[in-house]
Design a protein around this ligand. Structure first.
Ligand SMILES: N[C@@H](CCC(=O)N[C@@H](CS)C(=O)NCC(=O)O)C(=O)O
Length: 78
């Protein structure tokens, strides 16, 4: 399973998800910063339909909303 978290650093909702990831110690998530990586930004808009972060791509399928992402991660430990 591939997991990619689309985020940017000043987003408090992203920080909430990243804090959760760090607290669990999981290392199976690739971080993609949409402010630094224009290709990531375009991918998020094209696939997800909007430029909103955080968004977790699960095998390429977008999941928005920080609390839904955290819930999914808890239900699917590394
Ligand atoms: N309810 C959302 C809020 C996410 C949110 O507002 N993200 C901001 C950045 S901090 C954003 O991407 N705004 C752009 C937009 O909503 O189009 C969550 O908890 O993930």
């Amino acid at each position: 399973m591939t997991l990619e978290l689309f985020k940017f650093d000043t987003c408090p909702y992203c920080q909430r998800v990243i804090r959760h990831i760090n607290s669990t110690g999981r290392k199976d998530i690739v971080f993609r910063d949409i402010n630094e990586d224009k290709e990531a930004e375009q991918t998020l808009i094209r696939v997800g339909g909007k430029r909103q972060v955080p968004c977790l791509f699960i095998d390429g399928k977008p999941l928005y909303e920080s609390l839904d992402i955290i819930k999914w991660l808890d239900e699917h430990p590394a």
